[in-house]
Design a protein around this ligand. Structure first.
Ligand code: ADP
Ligand code: MN
Ligand code: MN
Ligand code: MN
Length: 350
């Protein structure tokens, strides 16, 4: 007998449904779907598509058409195989990348640095928000919950909220082939983290954006919103960051710490202001020097120092090679911009 749920779960017998996903004019993801009679085997098999940019903050005036170009394909955990999610970027009808198409420049920088094999691991922190109260799940409608302490990597029914969403998202990412490396509960109630990495070059931005899209789809199923802002809850509550772990092939080889990581940290120090400007909006409310952050006004690096702008793990310092962590990016950063800046400053000397 047919029900709505059984129709939702019904397999697509021939061809496939492709959900085209893109970044809008507000640093958020959007998507729309089309049916394809043949299952594509690479992005080149997918037709360009378009949408109304006047509804997404991307095209003023009469000519509002935006062109979508398919860039990366992921198996779709929502509709199941052979259906696909497609990460796209955006162009004017004349073929110029839109100003919000940050993937375009990122891909150029990643090609220029390809021989160095840049690896990234981004740690996306976020809050699950109840739209009725506007507060994180686990926050009472009035007043505040028990102060920070028991929530980070915690367990128990009185403290942990949203674990089903987090775990559903974890498995959905594995299904989609996203290089998700883990999840953990964060310091505030209703706050969690997932990590994507190590991912190579442009793959990091594509995978983190698609992982955000999937998280918002799963939260939507439970009537919840996702908030990536660097300081959504004022007061004595941690904000959300997006620490960027970074290495190149020379950094990962013997002598890499002295010869490649430390010089990269000096280059980052010289470009501190430029990086801060590109690392997400509202980050000044998060980078206060409290809550495991360094002040936004200074660049500080250190071994095993969670109050530094950039941290080298003790493992890397001891072995003499490995990677470092840029702790400055805000939760709402654009991973295409963050990874491009790291490569331009540390590898391309731009
Ligand atoms: P933290 O200890 O800061 O919480 P996490 O374990 O949350 O760190 O995240 C570290 C991320 O760095 C993971 O996604 C991991 O895959 C990634 N990573 C590991 N090794 C490297 C490397 N050599 N280069 C870049 N990223 C790496
Ligand atoms: Mn982490
Ligand atoms: Mn964290
Ligand atoms: Mn970290």
């Amino acid at each position: 007998m047919s029900t709505v749920d059984s129709l939702v779960d019904m397999p697509v017998e021939a061809g496939c449904i492709a959900e085209y996903v893109w970044i809008d004019g507000y640093n958020k993801v959007r998507g729309k779907a089309r049916y394809l009679p043949n299952v594509p085997s690479s992005p080149a098999d997918l037709p360009d598509w378009n949408y109304d940019g006047s509804s997404t903050g991307q095209a003023p005036g009469a000519d509002s058409e935006v062109i979508l170009k398919a860039q990366t394909i992921f198996p779709d955990p929502f509709r199941g195989k052979p259906n696909i999610l497609v990460m796209c970027d955006t162009y004017s009808p004349e073929g110029a990348p839109l100003p919000t198409n940050t993937r375009y420049e990122c891909a150029l920088a990643m090609s220029a640095a390809a021989s160095l094999e840049p690896w990234f691991g981004l740690e996306q922190e976020y809050f699950l928000i109840n739209p009725e109260t506007g507060k994180p799940i686990g926050f009472p409608a009035k007043g505040e919950p028990q102060p920070q302490g028991p929530y980070y990597c915690g367990v128990s029914g009185s403290k942990m909220y949203g674990r089903d969403i987090v775990d559903a998202h974890f498995k959905a990412c594995v299904y989609a082939g996203i290089k998700i490396s883990g999840i953990n509960a964060e310091v505030a109630p209703g706050q969690w983290e997932f990590q994507v990495g190590p991912a190579v070059g442009i793959e990091q931005g594509d995978m983190l954006w698609m992982a955000r899209y999937m998280l918002e789809r799963i939260a939507e199923m439970k009537g919840l919103d996702v908030n990536y802002d660097p300081k959504p809850i004022k007061g004595d509550w941690n904000g959300s960051g997006c620490h960027a772990n970074f290495s190149t092939k020379p950094m990962r080889e013997a002598g890499g710490y002295e010869q490649h990581i430390i010089p990269a940290l000096h280059k980052l120090e010289n470009k501190h202001a430029e990086h801060i400007a590109a690392y997400g909006s509202g980050n000044e409310e998060r980078l206060t020097g409290k809550h495991e952050t360094a002040s936004i006004n200074e660049f500080k690096w250190g071994v095993a120092d969670r109050g530094a702008s950039c941290r080298v793990g003790s493992d890397t310092a001891e072995k003499g090679y490995g990677y470092f962590e840029d702790r400055r990016p805000a939760g709402n950063c654009d991973p295409y911009v963050v990874t491009r800046m790291l490569v331009q400053t540390c590898c391309l000397d731009e």
